[in-house]
Design a protein around this ligand. Structure first.
Ligand SMILES: CC(C)(COP(=O)(O)OP(=O)(O)OC[C@H]1O[C@@H](n2cnc3c(N)ncnc32)[C@H](O)[C@@H]1OP(=O)(O)O)[C@@H](O)C(=O)NCCC(=O)NCCS
Length: 143
């Protein structure tokens, strides 16, 4: 089941981030703050009463940015990341979103594969963006 973030979910989402080095690492407070941001949309994947994945986006003036996405390692490769992404983009499109972009470590093959499967195309590269050594790939898609 996919549902909106609730304040009580913040600690579990922070826990998933801890298990996934490539996530954005907002921490518990970061997720709790998102609940009050009117431009923020955080969707959680819940199964058997436990959250095993999430996606966080912001939408303003037709432009959407994916800011954070992770699936618990024990739940990976079961289609959860793709379902969260598809659901979130369908919602953003219905709300008037026209273009969506994101930034991903160019070495992060699972995430680059996921976004490519969803229809994103590379549209920029920030050399040495992560720690001065690893490149950030910018990907985008018109909705
Ligand atoms: C990226 C991530 C969210 C994918 O979640 P997931 O639920 O395992 O992904 P799915 O099962 O929905 O897979 C969808 C597609 O992603 C790609 N993919 C997922 N895992 C992959 C892997 N380990 N290696 C290569 N491609 C992979 C594939 O294209 C896959 O499609 P396929 O099953 O038809 O081959 C997950 O690996 C994760 O949490 N990574 C750490 C956090 C992160 O990188 N966040 C993104 C920051 S920009």
């Amino acid at each position: 089941m996919i549902r909106r973030l609730l304040p009580a979910d913040a600690s579990r989402l922070a826990q998933i981030e801890e298990l996934q080095p490539y996530s954005a690492h907002w921490g518990e407070k970061g997720f709790a703050d998102e609940v009050h941001n009117p431009y923020s949309f955080v969707w959680c994947w819940e199964e058997k009463g436990r959250i095993n994945g999430f996606i966080a986006l912001r939408l303003a003036a037709g432009f959407c940015e994916i800011l954070n996405l992770a699936v618990a390692p024990s739940a990976c490769r079961r289609g959860i990341g793709f379902k969260l992404l598809y659901f979130a983009l369908t919602d953003v499109r219905a709300l008037g979103g026209e273009r969506v972009t994101l930034e991903v470590n160019a070495k992060n093959a699972p995430a680059v594969g996921l976004y490519t499967k969803a229809g994103f195309k590379p549209c920029g590269l920030r050399k040495g963006f992560y720690n001065g050594t690893e490149d950030a790939l910018i990907m985008g898609m018109n909705l």
